[in-house]
Design a protein around this ligand. Structure first.
Ligand code: HEC
Length: 129
């Protein structure tokens, strides 16, 4: 009994250490960069992919009825509105490049995947497709 009592804390410590190690390893993995992100089957089109990204992340401030009040006068409610804005300004803002205002303002950065989709769409000349 004496021996058991003596051994148990040591055992518990080993188990606890192993559990902590497992947790720490888990955390390391969860912070690792996304594994090769989006490999889309087809290039992102404005209607199916780009507009929905703006809808989900930008139009609450840059929508038709609110952009003056909430979006600093930048209207991204439509294709024409987005096209009118400097593409490099949009990219700098969503990539959080130094010297650019970070967008979406006060919220999490877009996923690497969505940024890559917008980048590819801009590189393709922002087709209205
Ligand atoms: C919570 C409100 C909000 C959201 C969401 C938001 N913006 Fe903005 N955005 C603003 C405001 C306000 C400004 C005006 C500049 C400022 O006040 O920081 C602005 C300005 C901009 C500008 C112009 C920056 C400049 O230097 O002139 C761009 C480009 C932009 N936003 C892109 C986006 C994009 C793309 C998204 C979605 C991915 C987005 N914003 C989401 C509020 C928002």
């Amino acid at each position: 009994m004496r021996k058991l009592l003596f051994l148990f804390p040591a055992r518990a410590a080993v188990v606890a250490a192993a559990a902590l190690l497992a947790l720490a390893t888990g955390c390391t993995y969860s912070h690792a960069p996304e594994p090769t992100p989006c490999v889309d089957a087809a290039p992102a089109t404005y209607a199916a992919v780009i507009s929905p990204i703006f809808e989900a992340h930008c139009r609450e401030c840059h929508g038709a009825t609110v952009y003056q009040a909430l979006g600093g006068g930048n209207d991204y409610s439509s294709y024409a509105g987005i096209k009118q804005q400097s593409a490099s300004l949009i990219l700098g803002c969503i990539r959080h490049d130094p010297g650019f205002t970070q967008m979406p303002k006060g919220k999490d950065q877009l996923s690497a995947c969505d940024i890559a989709r917008i980048q590819a769409w801009i590189d393709a000349g922002q087709p209205n497709n």
